[in-house]
Design a protein around this ligand. Structure first.
Ligand SMILES: [Zn+2]
Length: 358
Protein backbone atom coordinates (compact mmCIF):
# COMPACT_ATOMS: atom_id res chain seq x y z
CA UNK A 1 0.00 0.00 0.00
CA UNK A 2 2.84 2.40 0.74
CA UNK A 3 4.24 1.79 -2.69
CA UNK A 4 1.39 3.77 -4.09
CA UNK A 5 1.25 6.76 -1.83
CA UNK A 6 1.97 8.29 1.50
CA UNK A 7 -0.19 8.30 4.54
CA UNK A 8 -2.33 11.32 4.25
CA UNK A 9 -4.81 13.46 6.09
CA UNK A 10 -7.93 15.24 5.02
CA UNK A 11 -8.21 18.95 4.65
CA UNK A 12 -11.04 20.43 6.59
CA UNK A 13 -11.63 23.97 5.51
CA UNK A 14 -11.98 24.98 1.93
CA UNK A 15 -11.45 28.61 2.82
CA UNK A 16 -7.88 27.83 3.78
CA UNK A 17 -7.36 26.46 0.32
CA UNK A 18 -8.24 29.80 -1.19
CA UNK A 19 -6.15 31.71 1.35
CA UNK A 20 -3.27 29.37 0.74
CA UNK A 21 -3.54 29.83 -2.98
CA UNK A 22 -3.61 33.60 -2.70
CA UNK A 23 -0.64 33.65 -0.38
CA UNK A 24 1.43 31.39 -2.55
CA UNK A 25 0.35 32.71 -5.91
CA UNK A 26 0.16 36.46 -5.38
CA UNK A 27 1.79 37.71 -2.24
CA UNK A 28 4.88 35.60 -2.24
CA UNK A 29 7.71 36.27 -4.57
CA UNK A 30 9.60 33.14 -5.63
CA UNK A 31 12.29 34.13 -3.14
CA UNK A 32 10.00 34.38 -0.16
CA UNK A 33 8.28 31.14 -1.16
CA UNK A 34 11.59 29.39 -1.06
CA UNK A 35 12.13 30.78 2.43
CA UNK A 36 8.92 29.15 3.61
CA UNK A 37 8.92 25.92 5.45
CA UNK A 38 6.71 22.97 4.76
CA UNK A 39 5.26 21.83 8.07
CA UNK A 40 4.16 18.21 7.86
CA UNK A 41 0.73 17.44 9.30
CA UNK A 42 0.61 13.65 9.14
CA UNK A 43 2.81 10.68 9.92
CA UNK A 44 4.51 8.43 7.37
CA UNK A 45 4.00 10.79 4.46
CA UNK A 46 6.09 9.56 1.55
CA UNK A 47 8.76 11.84 0.20
CA UNK A 48 9.28 10.97 -3.45
CA UNK A 49 11.91 11.51 -6.07
CA UNK A 50 9.46 13.44 -8.27
CA UNK A 51 6.10 15.24 -8.22
CA UNK A 52 3.72 12.27 -8.47
CA UNK A 53 2.98 8.87 -6.97
CA UNK A 54 4.67 7.20 -9.91
CA UNK A 55 8.00 8.37 -8.45
CA UNK A 56 9.67 6.13 -5.91
CA UNK A 57 9.62 7.07 -2.24
CA UNK A 58 13.00 8.14 -0.94
CA UNK A 59 11.91 8.50 2.67
CA UNK A 60 9.10 9.54 4.92
CA UNK A 61 8.15 12.70 6.79
CA UNK A 62 6.19 12.87 10.01
CA UNK A 63 3.95 15.26 11.94
CA UNK A 64 5.68 18.52 12.93
CA UNK A 65 8.70 17.90 10.70
CA UNK A 66 9.78 21.08 8.90
CA UNK A 67 11.53 21.29 5.55
CA UNK A 68 12.51 24.31 3.43
CA UNK A 69 10.38 24.59 0.30
CA UNK A 70 12.28 24.62 -3.00
CA UNK A 71 9.51 24.47 -5.57
CA UNK A 72 5.80 23.87 -6.03
CA UNK A 73 4.24 22.03 -8.92
CA UNK A 74 0.54 21.26 -9.13
CA UNK A 75 -0.33 19.55 -5.87
CA UNK A 76 3.27 18.68 -5.01
CA UNK A 77 5.87 20.52 -3.00
CA UNK A 78 9.60 20.12 -3.46
CA UNK A 79 11.48 20.19 -0.18
CA UNK A 80 15.05 20.02 1.05
CA UNK A 81 15.23 16.54 2.44
CA UNK A 82 18.15 14.93 4.24
CA UNK A 83 20.91 16.66 2.34
CA UNK A 84 19.12 16.17 -0.95
CA UNK A 85 15.62 17.02 -2.11
CA UNK A 86 12.30 15.31 -2.61
CA UNK A 87 8.64 15.87 -3.38
CA UNK A 88 5.72 15.66 -1.00
CA UNK A 89 2.00 15.92 -1.70
CA UNK A 90 0.61 19.31 -0.63
CA UNK A 91 -2.46 17.98 1.14
CA UNK A 92 -0.45 17.07 4.21
CA UNK A 93 1.57 20.19 4.47
CA UNK A 94 1.01 23.53 6.18
CA UNK A 95 2.83 26.57 4.89
CA UNK A 96 3.22 29.50 7.30
CA UNK A 97 0.71 27.90 9.59
CA UNK A 98 -1.98 27.63 6.92
CA UNK A 99 -3.04 24.34 5.44
CA UNK A 100 -2.43 24.56 1.75
CA UNK A 101 -4.05 22.67 -1.05
CA UNK A 102 -2.73 23.79 -4.37
CA UNK A 103 -5.86 23.20 -6.35
CA UNK A 104 -5.11 22.14 -9.85
CA UNK A 105 -7.01 20.13 -12.43
CA UNK A 106 -5.30 17.03 -11.07
CA UNK A 107 -6.49 17.71 -7.52
CA UNK A 108 -9.99 16.36 -7.15
CA UNK A 109 -12.32 15.04 -4.53
CA UNK A 110 -14.41 11.94 -4.87
CA UNK A 111 -17.56 11.09 -2.93
CA UNK A 112 -18.42 7.40 -2.69
CA UNK A 113 -21.94 6.78 -4.06
CA UNK A 114 -22.55 3.34 -2.56
CA UNK A 115 -21.90 1.42 0.62
CA UNK A 116 -19.25 -1.28 0.65
CA UNK A 117 -17.15 0.11 -2.18
CA UNK A 118 -14.02 -1.98 -2.37
CA UNK A 119 -10.72 -0.18 -1.94
CA UNK A 120 -7.75 -2.27 -3.03
CA UNK A 121 -4.04 -2.03 -2.42
CA UNK A 122 -3.30 -1.80 -6.16
CA UNK A 123 -4.97 -1.05 -9.50
CA UNK A 124 -6.34 -4.52 -10.31
CA UNK A 125 -8.67 -7.03 -8.69
CA UNK A 126 -5.62 -9.20 -8.07
CA UNK A 127 -4.73 -6.83 -5.22
CA UNK A 128 -6.23 -7.41 -1.82
CA UNK A 129 -9.14 -5.37 -0.52
CA UNK A 130 -7.80 -3.13 2.20
CA UNK A 131 -11.14 -1.71 3.25
CA UNK A 132 -14.72 -1.00 2.24
CA UNK A 133 -15.76 2.63 1.90
CA UNK A 134 -19.30 3.69 2.60
CA UNK A 135 -21.65 6.02 0.81
CA UNK A 136 -20.85 9.66 1.48
CA UNK A 137 -17.18 9.15 2.37
CA UNK A 138 -14.89 11.53 0.54
CA UNK A 139 -11.37 11.02 -0.76
CA UNK A 140 -8.66 12.95 -2.49
CA UNK A 141 -8.02 11.66 -5.97
CA UNK A 142 -4.29 11.01 -6.35
CA UNK A 143 -4.12 9.50 -9.81
CA UNK A 144 -6.26 7.73 -12.40
CA UNK A 145 -5.87 5.06 -15.04
CA UNK A 146 -8.50 3.90 -17.55
CA UNK A 147 -10.28 1.75 -15.01
CA UNK A 148 -8.89 2.67 -11.61
CA UNK A 149 -8.76 5.70 -9.37
CA UNK A 150 -6.11 6.08 -6.70
CA UNK A 151 -7.63 7.73 -3.66
CA UNK A 152 -6.55 8.72 -0.23
CA UNK A 153 -8.06 9.91 3.02
CA UNK A 154 -6.68 10.32 6.51
CA UNK A 155 -6.41 6.60 7.10
CA UNK A 156 -5.29 4.93 3.93
CA UNK A 157 -4.40 5.16 0.27
CA UNK A 158 -5.85 2.68 -2.18
CA UNK A 159 -7.44 2.02 -5.53
CA UNK A 160 -11.05 1.69 -6.53
CA UNK A 161 -12.58 0.56 -9.76
CA UNK A 162 -14.26 3.33 -11.70
CA UNK A 163 -17.27 1.14 -12.44
CA UNK A 164 -18.04 1.11 -8.71
CA UNK A 165 -18.39 4.88 -8.46
CA UNK A 166 -19.60 5.96 -11.87
CA UNK A 167 -23.26 5.63 -11.03
CA UNK A 168 -24.53 9.14 -10.55
CA UNK A 169 -26.15 10.51 -7.44
CA UNK A 170 -29.49 10.70 -9.22
CA UNK A 171 -29.22 7.01 -10.00
CA UNK A 172 -28.63 6.39 -6.33
CA UNK A 173 -31.66 8.43 -5.36
CA UNK A 174 -33.70 6.58 -7.92
CA UNK A 175 -32.48 3.38 -6.28
CA UNK A 176 -33.66 4.69 -2.95
CA UNK A 177 -37.00 5.56 -4.47
CA UNK A 178 -37.35 1.97 -5.68
CA UNK A 179 -37.93 0.70 -2.14
CA UNK A 180 -40.84 3.04 -1.50
CA UNK A 181 -44.09 1.10 -0.95
CA UNK A 182 -42.43 -2.21 -1.69
CA UNK A 183 -43.66 -5.05 0.50
CA UNK A 184 -40.82 -7.26 1.56
CA UNK A 185 -41.40 -10.39 3.62
CA UNK A 186 -38.40 -11.48 5.63
CA UNK A 187 -38.35 -15.01 6.93
CA UNK A 188 -35.88 -15.59 9.76
CA UNK A 189 -35.09 -19.31 9.61
CA UNK A 190 -36.00 -21.69 12.45
CA UNK A 191 -36.97 -20.39 15.92
CA UNK A 192 -38.17 -21.61 19.28
CA UNK A 193 -37.32 -25.28 19.87
CA UNK A 194 -36.02 -25.49 16.28
CA UNK A 195 -32.58 -23.98 16.77
CA UNK A 196 -31.40 -24.79 13.24
CA UNK A 197 -27.74 -25.54 12.70
CA UNK A 198 -25.32 -25.41 15.61
CA UNK A 199 -22.18 -23.32 15.32
CA UNK A 200 -18.56 -24.18 16.06
CA UNK A 201 -18.85 -22.91 19.63
CA UNK A 202 -22.47 -23.93 20.20
CA UNK A 203 -24.21 -20.88 18.77
CA UNK A 204 -27.60 -21.34 17.08
CA UNK A 205 -28.52 -20.62 13.49
CA UNK A 206 -31.92 -19.32 14.61
CA UNK A 207 -30.24 -16.50 16.55
CA UNK A 208 -27.99 -15.40 13.68
CA UNK A 209 -30.91 -15.55 11.25
CA UNK A 210 -33.03 -13.46 13.56
CA UNK A 211 -30.31 -10.90 14.14
CA UNK A 212 -29.69 -10.44 10.41
CA UNK A 213 -33.42 -10.24 9.74
CA UNK A 214 -33.91 -7.43 12.24
CA UNK A 215 -30.96 -5.49 10.88
CA UNK A 216 -32.23 -5.92 7.33
CA UNK A 217 -35.73 -4.90 8.37
CA UNK A 218 -34.35 -1.76 9.93
CA UNK A 219 -32.35 -0.75 6.85
CA UNK A 220 -35.15 -1.53 4.41
CA UNK A 221 -37.63 0.44 6.48
CA UNK A 222 -35.33 3.45 6.35
CA UNK A 223 -35.37 3.12 2.56
CA UNK A 224 -39.15 3.27 2.60
CA UNK A 225 -40.08 -0.40 2.24
CA UNK A 226 -42.88 -2.07 4.19
CA UNK A 227 -41.20 -4.98 5.90
CA UNK A 228 -43.15 -7.95 7.21
CA UNK A 229 -41.65 -10.69 9.36
CA UNK A 230 -42.85 -14.28 9.33
CA UNK A 231 -41.21 -14.72 12.72
CA UNK A 232 -41.19 -11.53 14.79
CA UNK A 233 -39.90 -13.38 17.88
CA UNK A 234 -37.91 -16.41 18.92
CA UNK A 235 -40.78 -18.82 18.38
CA UNK A 236 -41.47 -21.92 16.33
CA UNK A 237 -43.34 -21.16 13.10
CA UNK A 238 -44.21 -23.99 10.70
CA UNK A 239 -42.90 -23.87 7.16
CA UNK A 240 -46.46 -23.94 5.92
CA UNK A 241 -47.35 -20.80 7.89
CA UNK A 242 -44.28 -19.03 6.55
CA UNK A 243 -45.17 -19.72 2.93
CA UNK A 244 -48.86 -18.88 3.39
CA UNK A 245 -47.90 -15.66 5.10
CA UNK A 246 -46.10 -14.61 1.93
CA UNK A 247 -48.93 -15.84 -0.30
CA UNK A 248 -51.66 -13.92 1.50
CA UNK A 249 -49.55 -10.78 1.75
CA UNK A 250 -48.97 -8.43 -1.13
CA UNK A 251 -45.28 -9.34 -1.11
CA UNK A 252 -43.00 -8.01 -3.82
CA UNK A 253 -40.20 -10.19 -2.52
CA UNK A 254 -39.83 -12.96 0.06
CA UNK A 255 -36.38 -13.64 1.51
CA UNK A 256 -35.74 -16.58 3.80
CA UNK A 257 -32.62 -16.06 5.88
CA UNK A 258 -30.50 -19.00 6.99
CA UNK A 259 -26.99 -19.97 7.98
CA UNK A 260 -25.26 -23.17 6.97
CA UNK A 261 -23.36 -25.81 8.83
CA UNK A 262 -21.01 -28.60 7.83
CA UNK A 263 -19.43 -29.81 11.05
CA UNK A 264 -17.47 -32.65 9.44
CA UNK A 265 -15.44 -30.15 7.42
CA UNK A 266 -15.11 -27.04 9.47
CA UNK A 267 -13.08 -25.22 6.85
CA UNK A 268 -16.05 -25.12 4.46
CA UNK A 269 -17.27 -21.55 4.03
CA UNK A 270 -19.11 -19.28 1.66
CA UNK A 271 -22.50 -17.90 0.79
CA UNK A 272 -25.18 -19.26 -1.53
CA UNK A 273 -28.66 -18.27 -2.67
CA UNK A 274 -31.47 -20.62 -3.67
CA UNK A 275 -34.57 -20.25 -5.80
CA UNK A 276 -37.24 -22.80 -6.68
CA UNK A 277 -39.30 -21.32 -9.50
CA UNK A 278 -37.22 -20.50 -12.52
CA UNK A 279 -38.55 -16.97 -12.80
CA UNK A 280 -36.82 -16.21 -9.50
CA UNK A 281 -33.37 -17.14 -10.71
CA UNK A 282 -32.53 -13.56 -11.67
CA UNK A 283 -33.62 -12.32 -8.25
CA UNK A 284 -31.40 -14.94 -6.60
CA UNK A 285 -28.54 -13.93 -8.86
CA UNK A 286 -28.92 -10.23 -8.07
CA UNK A 287 -28.99 -10.87 -4.33
CA UNK A 288 -26.09 -13.32 -4.43
CA UNK A 289 -23.95 -10.87 -6.41
CA UNK A 290 -24.87 -8.03 -4.07
CA UNK A 291 -23.83 -10.05 -1.03
CA UNK A 292 -20.58 -11.30 -2.52
CA UNK A 293 -19.59 -7.82 -3.60
CA UNK A 294 -20.35 -6.42 -0.16
CA UNK A 295 -18.68 -9.16 1.90
CA UNK A 296 -16.00 -10.56 -0.39
CA UNK A 297 -17.08 -13.95 0.96
CA UNK A 298 -16.54 -17.14 -1.00
CA UNK A 299 -19.13 -17.27 -3.76
CA UNK A 300 -21.00 -20.59 -3.77
CA UNK A 301 -23.36 -19.25 -6.40
CA UNK A 302 -27.07 -19.65 -6.90
CA UNK A 303 -28.86 -22.99 -7.17
CA UNK A 304 -32.24 -24.55 -7.52
CA UNK A 305 -33.32 -25.49 -4.00
CA UNK A 306 -36.30 -27.65 -3.16
CA UNK A 307 -37.22 -25.87 0.07
CA UNK A 308 -40.81 -25.80 1.25
CA UNK A 309 -40.85 -22.04 1.79
CA UNK A 310 -39.78 -21.56 -1.84
CA UNK A 311 -41.73 -24.39 -3.46
CA UNK A 312 -45.04 -23.38 -1.90
CA UNK A 313 -44.41 -19.70 -2.38
CA UNK A 314 -46.16 -17.84 -5.17
CA UNK A 315 -44.30 -14.60 -4.64
CA UNK A 316 -40.78 -13.85 -5.89
CA UNK A 317 -38.90 -15.88 -3.28
CA UNK A 318 -35.31 -16.77 -2.49
CA UNK A 319 -33.48 -18.40 0.39
CA UNK A 320 -30.05 -17.15 1.39
CA UNK A 321 -27.48 -19.22 3.27
CA UNK A 322 -25.29 -16.44 4.59
CA UNK A 323 -22.33 -18.46 5.82
CA UNK A 324 -21.22 -21.61 7.60
CA UNK A 325 -21.47 -21.23 11.36
CA UNK A 326 -19.61 -24.54 11.68
CA UNK A 327 -16.57 -22.59 10.46
CA UNK A 328 -15.11 -20.94 13.53
CA UNK A 329 -13.83 -17.87 11.69
CA UNK A 330 -17.16 -17.31 10.00
CA UNK A 331 -19.02 -17.84 13.25
CA UNK A 332 -16.85 -15.20 14.91
CA UNK A 333 -17.19 -12.77 12.00
CA UNK A 334 -20.99 -13.15 12.02
CA UNK A 335 -21.10 -11.94 15.59
CA UNK A 336 -19.78 -8.51 14.60
CA UNK A 337 -22.26 -5.86 13.57
CA UNK A 338 -19.65 -4.62 11.09
CA UNK A 339 -19.90 -7.82 9.07
CA UNK A 340 -23.66 -8.10 9.57
CA UNK A 341 -23.97 -4.63 8.08
CA UNK A 342 -22.08 -5.80 5.01
CA UNK A 343 -24.42 -8.76 4.61
CA UNK A 344 -27.44 -6.51 4.93
CA UNK A 345 -26.04 -3.93 2.52
CA UNK A 346 -25.29 -6.68 0.04
CA UNK A 347 -28.86 -7.96 0.13
CA UNK A 348 -30.15 -4.41 -0.27
CA UNK A 349 -27.87 -3.74 -3.24
CA UNK A 350 -29.16 -6.94 -4.83
CA UNK A 351 -32.76 -5.91 -4.24
CA UNK A 352 -32.07 -2.46 -5.63
CA UNK A 353 -30.80 -4.06 -8.81
CA UNK A 354 -33.77 -6.40 -8.93
CA UNK A 355 -36.27 -3.58 -8.59
CA UNK A 356 -34.37 -1.53 -11.16
CA UNK A 357 -34.79 -4.32 -13.72
CA UNK A 358 -38.52 -4.66 -13.23
ZN1 LIG B 1 -31.57 -23.11 8.21
Amino acid sequence: MREYGGKLILLHKKSYVIIGLIIVAFFSSPKSTSADNANITADHVNVRSGPGTQFAPIGQANTNDQYPILDIKDNWIKIEFKGSNGWIIADYVNISGQPVNLKSPSSKRLTIPFDNTQIRSGPSIAFEIITFANRGETFNVISQTTNWIEVSNGEYTGFLNKALVQKSKSHNEAGHFRFKNKNIVLDAGHGGHDVGAIGATGTYEKDFAYFTTLKLKNELSILGANVLLTRPNDEFISLKSRASYANISDADVFISIHYNSFPRQQNVKGIETYYYHEQNQALAQAIQEGIIQATNAEDRGTSFGDFYVLRQNFKPAVLVELGFISNQNTEKQLQTSFYQKRLVNGIINGLRKHFANQ
